[in-house]
Design a protein. Structure first.
Length: 218
C-alpha cells in the first residue's frame, strides 16, 4: 500500500522573517528529495511584528509563500496550507492544520491571549494543534491533553530542540507524535516528516489524518 511522505514544518523567505529559501526553491528541493508534498507553516506572528498594518494585509503577506509554492504543485507533488502560531502569553509555537484561507481572514489570530483561548475555535473548526519543539530553550511544555500532540522530531540544526526528551514525554503520556524538518535553509535542516496512509489534498485532510493516527513518522 502506497504511503505519502510529507514534511509538516516548512518556512519560506517570502513569509517568515527567519526563512532563508524562497518558496520556489523549497518546492524544487523537496521534489528532488522524493517527497509527495509539503505543508507550508510560515510564522503568522512574524508578519504581524514586522509590518503592522491591518489584519487582512497581514494575512495577505502570510499567504505569499504558500501561494508561490502552491502555484508549482502538481498531481505528483502537493503543497498544503498550515501555520506556526504563537499567542500573547509566551513564546511557545504551535503547528496548526485543518483550515483554509477563509478561516484566516475571518478569525483575528493576532490578539489571542492564550492557547486555552484558542482551543474552542480549534475544536469548532476541527483543527489539529501540535506543540512545536516543546523542549527547546524558551518553551513551556503544555499539560498533556490540551494540545493534540507534540513535535518529537524537529530538524532545525541551529537549535537544540531536545528531540530525545520530547519522544520520552510523548511515550510517557501517550501523546500523538509529529516529525518535521522546521525547514529554514538548506544547511540548517535535517529532513523530517510523516508518511500518511491516505492521499492528502488539503489542510483538512492533514488534520483528519493526524487526529485519526493514520500516519507514521519518517
Amino acid at each position: 500500500m502506497k504511503k505519502y511522505l510529507f514534511d509538516t514544518h516548512i518556512h519560506t523567505s517570502e513569509s517568515s522573517e527567519c526563512g532563508q529559501v524562497a518558496a520556489a526553491d523549497v518546492v524544487a528541493r523537496y521534489k528532488t528529495l522524493g517527497y509527495d508534498g509539503i505543508v507550508i507553516t510560515d510564522h503568522m506572528q512574524h508578519i504581524i511584528d514586522r509590518f503592522g498594518g491591518t489584519y487582512e494585509e497581514n494575512v495577505d503577506r502570510f499567504l505569499d509563500g504558500y501561494h508561490t509554492a502552491k502555484s508549482l504543485a502538481d498531481d505528483s507533488f502537493k503543497v498544503i496550507l498550515g501555520m506556526e502560531l504563537r499567542f500573547l502569553e509566551n513564546d511557545n509555537d504551535y503547528l496548526v492544520y485543518g483550515f483554509d484561507e477563509e478561516f484566516l481572514y475571518s478569525h483575528d489570530l493576532a490578539h489571542i491571549p492564550t492557547l486555552e483561548d484558542f482551543m474552542p475555535i480549534a475544536k469548532e473548526n476541527n483543527l489539529a494543534i501540535f506543540q512545536a519543539h516543546p523542549f527547546r530553550t524558551g518553551m513551556f511544555i503544555k499539560k498533556p491533553g490540551i494540545v493534540d500532540g507534540i513535535e518529537v522530531y524537529n530538524g532545525h540544526g541551529n537549535h537544540d530542540s531536545r528531540n530525545d526528551i520530547a519522544m520520552i514525554w510523548a511515550e510517557k503520556y501517550g501523546l500523538r507524535k509529529l516529525s518535521g524538518s522546521d525547514f529554514h535553509g538548506v544547511i540548517t535542516m535535517e529532513p523530517g516528516g510523516v508518511y500518511f496512509e491516505d492521499e492528502i489534498n488539503d489542510s483538512k485532510d492533514v488534520a483528519k489524518a493526524l487526529l485519526a493516527g493514520r500516519y507514521s513518522l519518517k
